[in-house]
Design a protein around this ligand. Structure first.
Ligand SMILES: Cc1cc2nc3c(=O)[nH]c(=O)nc-3n(C[C@H](O)[C@H](O)[C@H](O)COP(=O)(O)OP(=O)(O)OC[C@H]3O[C@@H](n4cnc5c(N)ncnc54)[C@H](O)[C@@H]3O)c2cc1C
Length: 409
């Protein structure tokens, strides 16, 4: 892509602004409009749907703006990182909905671009960018979480197909996903060098999912069982027994992406900017209009300042990753920081609400009062998902600081 000067970028921003304004479905501007919360994830469940969010997603995908930096031939926009940032900025500034949330966009797509063969890129990338297929991540197993390379799900070479048997756990949205990117064992005599990376259509006979109910009341995860599941030979990505390298690369994309999600304000604990306003409402203000509880005020201010510093670091790490060959082990630093700050914010939110924060369901509580404790409970997972905080600190020690190997993946 050509190098863009400032005025070219300004022209591009003006074009994006005009296009978004002209193409955002009118119904989505109506706050009373009921939109299916699942629509943002797309997938087979919404094939042929006329849901206004899906209309929006399809228009953005046709522009190549759901995956702006991917090549046009694979459903992307063929744009530069700077142009992609402009699109993000204009979406946020205009108050438009994010068109597509997708494990395919955030995790699988980038590694397919790097490790997939041409046929795999042509088959899967346009369907990811178009929101046609919803993906889940089959990494963790009952005996393989932090020590992921201990995974046991067996994948046997049956000459004309692969045969898969085993169990995954904590598979987010497996019961709603169409396909799964999955780590399997293809050589039981080796640990890291015996793992392969395969793609499994969840509609294949022998795939079963069982939702797990969490303390927050939600069931976002599943146990996923594979019993004599046959998949085509070309669903292996990269080399046989070469999956560990791809697995680690994908985790870097995952950690980078999760960190943006925690910091972005929509995650656990509510938006960072809301916290001060909510605290003033529930705790009260002093004669100067400041939050009446000085100690809480200091802690909220510190959390907001830390988030500001975090956003700047996140932007720098993201820019570095775009300018180089992609994300690095430094994503473990931001994943660790994002999880810590998001958990702290959730604690502050519950504290600010006081007894009103104990609302769970039923009459007598406002919507925010019913979600504060759920958000706080959900935030406990921030330091576990995508690799625990302890594991990320170990990665930083080993791969960023070059300290002796703590024997972790
Ligand atoms: C919200 C959420 C979403 C998730 N989604 C998915 C998904 O879609 N797909 C998927 O495959 N998995 C998913 N997971 C699973 C997640 O990847 C694992 O829970 C995580 O890797 C930790 O593994 P574990 O639960 O087995 O804990 P364990 O590995 O058993 O760890 C238990 C404790 O021991 C600590 N520990 C372990 N080893 C070390 C060590 N060497 N040094 C220091 N401390 C250590 C850990 O930090 C942790 O505190 C999700 C988890 C959460 C919370």
């Amino acid at each position: 892509m050509a190098d863009f000067g400032r005025s070219d970028l300004d022209t591009f921003a003006a074009e994006v602004r005009a296009w978004l304004a002209a193409n955002y479905p009118r119904e989505l501007r109506d706050p009373k409009q009921v939109v299916d919360p699942e629509a943002i994830w797309g997938g087979r469940a919404f094939a042929g749907s006329g849901d206004s969010h899906i209309v929006w997603m399809r228009r953005m995908a046709a522009q190549g703006w759901t995956a702006p930096t991917w090549p046009r031939e694979f459903g992307g926009g063929g744009l530069t990182a700077e142009q992609a940032r402009i699109i993000d900025r204009e979406i946020a500034a205009g108050g438009y909905r994010t068109p597509l949330a997708s494990f395919g966009l955030w995790m699988l797509g980038p590694v397919l671009l790097e490790y997939g063969d041409d046929a795999q890129k042509r088959e899967h990338l346009p369907k990811i960018a178009g929101g046609d297929i919803r993906w889940c991540q089959g990494y963790s197993e009952p005996g393989a979480g932090s020590d992921l390379a201990s995974l046991q799900t067996r994948c046997e070479d049956k000459t004309d197909h692969w045969l898969i048997n085993g169990q995954k756990i904590w598979t987010s949205y497996a019961n709603k996903a169409d396909w799964c990117f999955c780590l399997v064992r293809t050589d039981a005599t080796k640990k890291h060098e015996g793992i392969s990376f395969v793609l499994i259509d969840m509609a294949t006979p022998g795939v079963e999912t069982r939702p797990i109910k969490l303390i927050s009341g939600d069931s976002p995860f599943c146990e996923t069982f594979f019993t004599d599941v046959k998949i085509p030979k070309h669903n292996l990505v990269g080399k046989i027994n070469g999956g560990w390298e791809i697995a680690k690369r994908l985790l870097q994309y995952e950690r980078q992406n999760i960190s943006g999600g925690f910091g972005g304000g929509g995650g656990a604990g509510g938006a960072a900017g809301d916290l001060g306003r909510i605290a003033r409402r529930y705790v009260g203000v002093d004669e100067t209009g400041a939050l009446a509880d000085g100690d809480l005020r200091t802690r909220i201010t510190r959390n907001k300042m830390d988030f500001q510093a975090f956003y700047l670091t996140l932007a720098r790490v993201a820019a570095e990753s775009r300018a180089s060959a992609g994300p690095s082990a430094a994503t473990s630093i931001i994943k660790y920081a994002a999880a810590t700050l998001a958990q702290e914010r959730s604690e502050l939110m519950v504290e600010a609400l006081g007894s009103r924060g104990l609302g769970w369901e039923g009459e007598g509580f406002e919507p925010g009062e019913k979600t504060a404790t759920r958000g706080w409970l959900r935030s406990k997972g921030n330091s576990i998902e995508g690799g625990t905080s302890e594991v990320n600190v170990n990665v930083v020690a080993k791969r960023v600081l070059g300290l002796p190997d703590p024997k972790l993946g």
